[in-house]
Design a protein around this ligand. Structure first.
Ligand SMILES: Cc1ncc(COP(=O)(O)O)c(C=O)c1O
Length: 411
């Protein structure tokens, strides 16, 4: 890291970038890279989408900060109404914050107030953030928690179905994980103590591992039976990343609370939780808040982002590029035993390598030789994740596949 900058950030590269357009970022030295990180699945409309830039510029000239405790600015309600139109039913009421961790923590605060119950159940391999509460809910890698004890109590961790790791098929993994969930409620914390069950429908940091629909549906049924709130963390998987606006649409589940961030505003720091009005009404006035939540520039960026994402053909394009990417990667898997699996919906694609030790070298060769930026994921660091802007072209996908093929260890 550079002088005067804290060295605590993990850095995937030492590139210094000065601008970004679409899927391309340009360094201070003038070199262009294909950015298949999207700044960790954030710039879904591409870097500096003209409509988003224009909305930010216009809003910056009107109001930079209009704090919600003091007055409601004129984009807050339009954004909430727009979100009500694109989030799964019956979610229609929203609270805004700045980051995914704050939003996830807000969901837990709402769940505790609304139910009067103390505990939360989360799943192995999850990443929910770096605040104290969300660290306690994060088990994707111990480095995120190490050295921060004592973490808040009341968090219980159930297995996430992982057929590949468990050496079984998906249906059996779902049975095993639901059985373990039931045992947790039987032996560790009773549903009468559990405010919320919080899950990422596709594990993000945990390795781009989708939860099978039957698992999510089984959890939802258990939440209803035990009067536990079903909280779905779509911070990474939301806003078109999985090929539909939210990944919940693909499993037909109805979350009580939906957690959103990252793709919501194309990179402007904004996050939100959504819940049905009657649930949100159980959050006592003043029980939560924040200085910057619902920032007007963030709201302008979010409204512009949603307009881009909902334009005719946009998500069809993202789905087609996801299919193209998965097809290309599956072909590579067929010819190269270094690849153990290709998985994930839409443009949230994970490539599992047989040997985690090869991952840093592959990513470096992609960057240095292929001018392609990728990141790793997975509890063992054995996954390379592909999360390009959703505006990626077929030519860019082909170029990225060629760079990746050249960077793989030879079969
Ligand atoms: C699923 C999920 N939840 C929560 C977070 C935390 O979001 P933030 O880094 O904005 O606090 C992340 C970040 O990667 C995430 O992927």
């Amino acid at each position: 890291m550079a002088p005067h900058l804290a060295d605590v950030w993990f850095t995937a590269s030492d590139l210094q970038v000065v601008s970004g357009v679409g899927c391309v970022v340009t360094t201070a030295a003038g070199t262009e890279y294909l950015d298949f990180t999207s700044g960790i699945a954030v710039t879904s409309t591409g870097h500096c989408h003209p409509a988003v830039v224009a909305a930010i510029q216009e809003q910056a000239a009107r109001f930079v900060h209009a704090q919600v405790n003091c007055y409601r600015h004129d984009l807050l309600e339009p954004l909430a109404a727009r979100l009500a139109g694109i989030t799964p039913d019956p979610i229609d009421t929203f609270f805004f914050t700045n980051s995914g961790a704050e939003a996830t923590e807000a969901a837990v605060k709402l769940a505790r107030q609304a139910t009067g119950k103390p505990h939360v159940v989360v799943f192995e391999g999850s990443f929910h953030g770096r605040t104290a509460q969300t660290m306690a809910m994060t088990t994707s890698k111990s480095v995120y928690r190490q050295g921060y004890a004592p973490l808040p109590a009341g968090v219980f961790v159930a297995p996430f179905p992982d057929a590949l790791r468990w050496g079984t098929d998906e249906a059996r993994a779902v049975d095993l994980a639901l059985d373990a969930f039931d045992r947790l409620l039987h032996t560790q914390t009773h549903p009468s103590e559990v405010a919320a069950v919080v899950i990422e429908p596709v594990l993000g940091e945990g390795g781009y591992l989708p939860a099978p629909a039957e698992f999510l549906q089984g959890l939802e049924a258990r939440c209803r039976a035990g009067e536990m709130l079903f909280v779905v963390d779509e911070v990474q998987s939301g806003f078109g990343r999985t090929g539909t606006m939210f990944s919940t649409e693909q499993s037909g589940i109805r979350p009580d609370v939906l957690v959103m961030a990252k793709g919501i505003a194309s990179g402007f720091p904004l996050a939100a939780i959504g819940a049905p009005a009657e649930l949100m009404a159980r959050w006592p006035k003043g029980a939560h808040g924040g200085t910057y939540g619902g920032n007007p520039i963030g709201c302008a960026a979010a409204l512009a982002t949603i307009a881009v994402l909902t334009a005719p053909g946009f998500l069809e394009h993202a789905r087609a590029r996801g299919d193209q990417l998965r097809d290309g990667l599956s072909k590579l898997q067929a010819s190269n035993p270094a690849i153990a699996a290709v998985r994930g919906p839409g443009l949230m694609v994970g490539v599992v390598l047989q040997d985690a030790a090869t991952v840093p070298g592959i990513i470096e060769r992609c960057r240095v030789d292929g001018r392609l930026l990728l990141m790793s994921a997975g509890t063992d660091g054995d996954v390379i994740r592909w999360m390009p802007p959703l505006v990626v072209s077929d030519e860019e996908v082909d170029r990225a596949l060629a760079a990746f093929a050249a960077a793989l260890p030879s079969p």
